[in-house]
Write a protein that binds this ligand. Structure first.
Ligand SMILES: NC(=O)c1ccc[n+]([C@@H]2O[C@H](COP(=O)([O-])OP(=O)(O)OC[C@H]3O[C@@H](n4cnc5c(N)ncnc54)[C@H](OP(=O)(O)O)[C@@H]3O)[C@@H](O)[C@H]2O)c1
Length: 334
């Protein structure tokens, strides 16, 4: 007997990818229910080679649903996640709403899979921001070896990170989702400005890295939207406590879960977002020493923000619940 899984936000960029990944990975689901707003009632979405009809979230009774993959933004999550969780359905949420709640685990399976077990306090698990996820996947094996002290990161984030409307705007340049022109331009502004001049996206990268990887790590981020449809890139500079050479880092990263090293030091011997689309890995290229600090490295890191940055990570968390027997299907229990 398998699980009953609901996907809230099933018509969105991330929700559609969740349905695809559940099917690709053969997730143990007896039933998958696509949910969205009332506007989308009856809209057809793909789940493997099947077509499912979207229902309105408010019309769904979650009491016999085991897992809800939530991808409809913070406001919807704030309203719905506690109600869904109260019905005994575990919510794995993609928005920023619950990430800093001490009773909600913030999980990247390659980094802190054990934290999933803490879901029982609220029946909610949070998925990090897409830029944080690929960063910590690359940092974790290096941190285990040489202890990361400080990270300076500049992101180059695709428009799909701003939802389907962001993609439409780059395509048509007709509607003002972004505050400045995005086609043939770059915008150093993602999410709202904070009092200290950083944006909330930059603050999230720093605080999420601390919660997932190590509270002692300092992160200075500059987050930039670029006219790329899918795939986030990051130029990362890391200062370590212990010595680590570029060659050692390359070897460690080659063996690390979720990481693929493409680093040929020749024209084209690195990964760009275009090649990362539809892939599961976090790609690391351009690994080199930073001679301006005692133990420093720089590298380039690229990942599909809709997959590892969102939908894939969410499904991997659901797989931990199942594989570690942290959750039994309700139908079986009944
Ligand atoms: N894109 C990324 O790279 C990324 C990465 C990590 C996390 N996230 C997070 O994932 C979430 C979704 O992002 P996205 O890129 O998929 O956005 P999106 O393409 O704009 O999709 C939004 C989804 O939310 C649904 N929705 C809106 N209002 C609703 C309501 N009242 N009740 C139920 N569903 C409602 C929409 O349904 P309708 O079609 O019916 O309006 C749609 O399915 C956001 O929280 C975002 O921050 C995104």
């Amino acid at each position: 007997m398998g699980y009953k899984v609901a996907v809230v936000g099933a018509t969105g960029n991330v929700g559609r990818e969740m349905l695809a990944i559940l099917s690709e990975r053969g997730f143990d689901a007896d039933e998958v229910v696509p949910l969205a707003s009332r506007r989308s009632m009856g809209v057809e979405v793909s789940y493997g080679n099947r077509t499912l009809k979207v229902k309105a979230t408010e019309n769904h009774d979650f009491s016999d649903t085991d897992i809800c993959l939530m991808s409809a933004g913070s406001d919807i999550s704030k309203e719905w996640s506690p109600k869904i969780a109260a019905k005994g359905c575990v919510v794995i949420d993609n928005s920023s709403c619950w990430r800093f709640d001490p009773d909600v685990p913030l999980v990247v399976p390659e980094v802190n899979a054990d934290a999933v077990a803490g879901f029982k306090k609220k029946n909610i698990i949070a998925n990090p921001n897409c830029s944080t996820t690929q960063l910590v996947v690359a940092l974790k094996p290096l941190h285990d070896r040489a202890i990361v002290k400080r990270v300076v990161v500049a992101t180059y984030q695709s428009v799909s990170g701003a939802g389907k409307e962001g993609m439409d705007e780059l395509f048509a340049q007709t509607r003002a989702i972004f505050v400045k022109r995005i086609a043939f331009n770059v915008i150093p502004h993602i999410d709202v400005f904070m009092e200290d001049g950083a944006t909330r996206e930059e603050w999230k990268m720093a605080e999420e890295t601390k919660k997932i990887l190590d509270p002692k790590i300092e992160v200075s981020a500059t987050c930039v939207r670029v006219p790329v449809f899918i795939g986030h890139s990051e130029a990362v500079n890391v200062e370590f406590e212990k010595a680590i050479s570029a060659e050692q880092a390359r070897e460690i990263l080659r063996k690390a879960p979720g990481v693929l090293v493409v680093d040929k030091r020749e024209p084209g011997g690195y990964v760009t977002p275009f090649e990362a689309v539809g892939e599961d890995a976090t790609y690391v290229s351009r690994i080199r020493a930073d001679k301006t600090v005692k133990h420093g490295l720089s590298f380039w890191c690229v990942s599909d923000n809709l997959r590892k940055g969102a939908a894939l990570n969410t499904v991997q968390i659901a797989e931990i619940l199942v594989n570690r027997k942290l959750l039994s299907p309700k139908k079986k229990a009944a």
